[in-house]
Design a protein around this ligand. Structure first.
Ligand code: IVH
Length: 675
């Protein structure tokens, strides 16, 4: 092949793989099967091997975490990394006077010397270190206690702006350790919280917590789905490279392909720093991420050693923190919102007030405990701030102006939407409405029930769910199976044909696998995978309903909380009633033939499949394994009994080899299941 077409093909493959990575990890909505993805990936890998002149560090093949679509095993804990040079912190200043003190101290310590400053935005994220040896990223770590941090290399490698290999013309230094901040954008934060709330998980309080929480995940495939980014603003250990000034260092880091602050201010004097800080204060809201101040650094690195450090921070740098903008206003009332997961959130109804560029009239009060802790009463003059610049929050009370007429808040004991009793689970601060029929939750539940991954009811989309609930035709999923043509056909925009389609889709869903029904029920913490595991252990709904938490905990991947949730679910009379009605309607609540009988020949054995077999589709081979009591896992670990490798196997095969896991070809696999 001549080189041009090869280069074109490589470019196309890279773009396609990046796009599928985004769909898979970002939107969580893959368009192609793992097998097709692996095929693209291997074609690229082969071309890059053959034409190594075209291999560049930004190729998706060079990024761990996204190249192994389903590979990679979660860690059980992070290893520790000792920082060769401590990762220090900064002293904070809040006023011009404190900055002047800082400047005067420098003048005293550097008599007669000329020095200048660089002022950079202070990014509100998580400090990290990246160690490059001869241009290759070898370790990424958290700050930890400054001396020892967590080795989070696998997680950091998922962040696209962290080069895995340093770029640029000049040969890379023997050691280049850089330091920076991992952050989440405001938009990313809002999006991730939405997903979490929909999944019934606790939302993050602010973008910084979201970034920190993401970096702590032990499974880098999950980290890859989090919208994280990085900015590099400093260096640690260096070998084979040196910089005279901070500005020169930033420029060099940039040529290596590292992402440095998009804006920074070289300043000849402290006065110039003050002007720059004012400028940043105004423009900081225009950054897509949170900035909680500025960092002022001496530009001339030659002075750093002389200036030294205190116990916690270097003397050549200081942080200046902006006061978060705050307003005072009257708390007119406290209302209670019911989220889509049933959590009750108290909301402050405020006298409108201007704050950080907008007028606010509502703010979150988080939960009842927070209200009690801050002693917030209806009628109070309260202080509001934007929590991490995103959501307004009531942070306290101006008690000096209390009249005595203010009233303490009481969490309602009935759901304000449906009137059912509200509960507080052991160990949780949240109050919840557990009534799945509560209109606040019902629509969401029905959408989940009908979704492709669950009961896959064709024709039952979001708009139709809304219509059915609003017309009081459906109050829980079992009602779907009682719908009549006459009642559906009269809905707005519903043609006779689509009514027929809908009823056909509902009818067909009665034959879905047992695990799909379990997943569709929306039991907390029972995702599709867990539902499949449940199906492997229980032949039908009856034995499952009788399982104790202890029994449930014997199941693969089942923790005590999930076991308790499942057990509790079946104790609720309404849930038992729902199941009865589904059963009556003819919905399948038994393990279908092909699923695992207990005590099968492969019971307890975990298999991983990779590549294509000639005589079995992926579904067929999975079913064959399950029928004999075996389990399927997406990733290879030491616990894997065997990897069945077909044509064009993925990275799972390599993983199996390194772990010494048994590898079977198609003939061996066939023999195993037929014997
Ligand atoms: S320089 C010796 N520059 O703020 C410490 N830090 O409050 C050198 N931070 O631990 C830090 N943006 O995590 C520096 N432009 C910036 C920064 C920055 C955010 C963080 C960093 C540091 C913390 C100190």
């Amino acid at each position: 092949m001549s080189e041009q077409p090869v280069q074109d093909r490589i470019r196309k493959l890279r773009a396609a793989i990046e796009r599928h990575n985004d769909l898979y990890y970002g939107a969580n909505q893959p368009e192609i099967s793992d097998r097709d993805y692996d095929r693209l990936y291997h074609e690229l890998e082969d071309l890059e091997k053959q034409y190594s002149q075209f291999l560049t560090p930004d190729s998706p093949t060079q990024r761990v975490g996204t190249n192994q679509r389903l590979g990679g095993t979660p860690l059980t804990a992070f290893e520790q990394v000792r920082h060769r040079l401590p990762m220090m912190s900064l002293d904070n200043t809040y006023s011009q006077a404190e900055l002047t003190n800082f400047h005067e101290r420098l003048m005293r310590l550097l008599p007669g010397q000329v020095f200048t400053y660089i002022m950079e935005p202070k990014i509100d994220g998580v400090a990290i270190a990246l160690r490059y040896e001869h241009g290759r990223l070898v370790t990424g770590s958290t700050r930890g206690d400054g001396a020892v941090g967590d080795n989070i290399t696998a997680n950091l490698r998922t962040i696209h702006s962290i080069p895995l290999t340093l770029r640029g013309e000049r040969p890379p230094p023997a050691v280049l350790e850089v330091r920076g901040e991992v952050y989440m954008t405001r938009d990313g934060f809002v999006a991730i919280n939405k997903t979490r709330e929909e999944a019934g998980e606790e939302p993050f309080a602010n973008p910084r917590n979201a970034a920190a929480g993401s970096l702590k995940l032990l499974d880098s495939r999950q980290v890859a789905r989090r919208p994280l980014d990085v900015i590099i603003y400093g260096v640690g250990e260096l070998e084979g490279i040196a910089f005279d000034t901070h500005a020169q260092m930033l420029a060099a880091l940039k040529t290596f392909g590292l992402k440095i602050p998009g804006k920074f201010w070289p300043c000849r004097s402290m006065d110039a720093v003050l002007v720059a800080l004012e400028e940043l204060k105004i423009m900081r809201h225009t950054f897509p991420f949170e900035i909680d101040g500025g960092v002022i650094k001496v530009n001339e690195r030659a002075f750093y050693e002389k200036l030294g450090a205190t116990a916690k921070s270097p003397r050549w740098a200081v942080a200046f923190k902006y006061e978060s903008e705050r307003a005072e206003t009257r708390l007119k009332a406290i209302t209670v919102q019911v989220g889509r997961t049933g959590v009750l959130t108290p909301v402050a109804e405020l006298e409108p007030v201007a704050l950080a560029g907008s007028t606010i009239n509502r703010a979150t009060l988080h939960n009842a405990d927070e209200i009690k802790r801050k002693d917030i009463r209806v009628g109070d003059q309260v202080y509001v701030e934007k929590a991490g610049e995103v959501i307004p929050e009531v942070i306290g009370v101006n008690t000096a102006v209390r009249t005595g007429k203010e009233r303490a808040f009481q969490m309602p004991d009935k759901c304000p939407v449906c009137g059912e009793p509200v509960t507080q689970r052991e160990g949780e601060v949240a109050y919840r409405c557990e009534n799945l029929q509560c209109p606040a939750q019902l629509k969401r539940w029905l959408r989940h029930f009908a979704a492709r991954g669950a009961m896959d009811i064709e024709g039952l989309g979001e708009a139709l769910v809304d219509q059915l609930v609003d017309a009081n035709l459906v109050a829980d999923p079992a009602d779907l199976y009682r719908l009549r043509h006459e009642s559906v056909a009269v809905l707005e925009r519903m043609a006779a044909k689509s009514a027929q389609n809908l009823l056909g889709g509902i009818e067909a869903s009665k034959q879905r696998d047992f695990w799909r029904v379990l997943f569709a029920l929306g039991i907390r913490q029972v995702g599709a995978k867990m539902a499949q595991n449940l199906e492997q252990h229980y032949a039908g709904i009856e034995p499952l309903m009788q399982a104790t938490p202890d029994e449930l905990q014997q199941i693969r991947d089942m923790g005590p909380v999930a076991a308790k949730n499942i057990f509790d679910y079946f104790q609720v009379a309404r849930n038992r009633g729902l199941i009865q009605r589904l059963q009556k309607a003819g919905v399948n609540l038994k393990r279908t033939a092909g699923a695992a009988p207990k005590g099968g020949r492969l019971t307890g054995k975990v298999f991983v499949l990779t590549g294509a077999l000639e005589h079995f589709s992926r579904d067929q081979s999975e079913q064959a394994i399950r029928a004999l009591g075996g389990e399927i896992s997406a990733s290879v670990s030491k616990k894997t009994f065997g990897v069945v490798a077909g044509a064009e196997p993925g990275s799972k095969l390599a993983k199996a080899k390194t772990l010494g896991v048994k590898i079977m070809n198609e003939a061996e696999f066939e023999k195993l299941i037929r014997s």
